[in-house]
Design a protein around this ligand. Structure first.
Ligand code: CMP
Length: 154
């Protein structure tokens, strides 16, 4: 099944929404296969945000992402990348739909609490960057038989 990398960003850690984020994805029926707290450095951020390196906010974005630890999670599910992005909401948090994580808890474009992989392909490279293979867990979520029909699990 597909995987998505989620980061609770430094502002999310400071504002105490780690549990709320986990709670929402758990209730949705997603499967957590990796989780850790980590302090990000330039080496990982230069790769993570390579597509933003020419943007005027790149320097500020890196400083912000290094300011406090983040909580990195790896969630698994059918079409999980799109599902998680919908639950996270748009980048400009004050404009994000109510009911989304950013829409319910944030006001800023930079301090928008959470990162979620943009595509299945990007999710694969983010997974490699963020998690060692020993930090990813293969386990059977027994309630999946009540979450998906058989064909969706194939
Ligand atoms: P995200 O979309 O997850 O990934 C890129 C991040 O850069 C984004 O969240 C914000 O945290 C930040 N960002 C995007 N646009 C701006 C902006 N115009 N000014 C400052 N930060 C931004």
């Amino acid at each position: 099944m597909e995987r998505s990398v989620v980061l609770v960003k430094p502002d999310g850690v400071q504002r105490g929404v780690i549990g709320e984020v986990i709670h929402r994805f758990e209730r949705k029926g997603l499967k957590l296969v990796g989780i850790k707290m980590i302090s990000l450095d330039d080496a990982i951020l230069d790769e993570w945000y390579a597509h933003h390196k020419d943007k005027p906010f790149f320097g500020g974005l890196k400083s912000y992402m290094k300011s406090y630890p983040v909580v990195a999670m790896l969630w698994e599910g059918k079409d999980v990348v799109v599902t998680v992005r919908k639950m996270v909401g748009i980048t400009l948090a004050r404009d994000a739909e109510p009911g989304t994580i950013r829409g319910d808890f944030a006001m800023s474009q930079q301090y928008n609490l959470i990162h979620a992989s943009e595509s299945a392909e990007i999710a694969k490279s983010e997974e490699k960057l963020m998690f060692a293979s020993t930090e990813i867990f293969t386990w059977q979520k027994t309630d999946h038989v009540h979450t998906y029909i058989k064909e969706e699990l194939e």
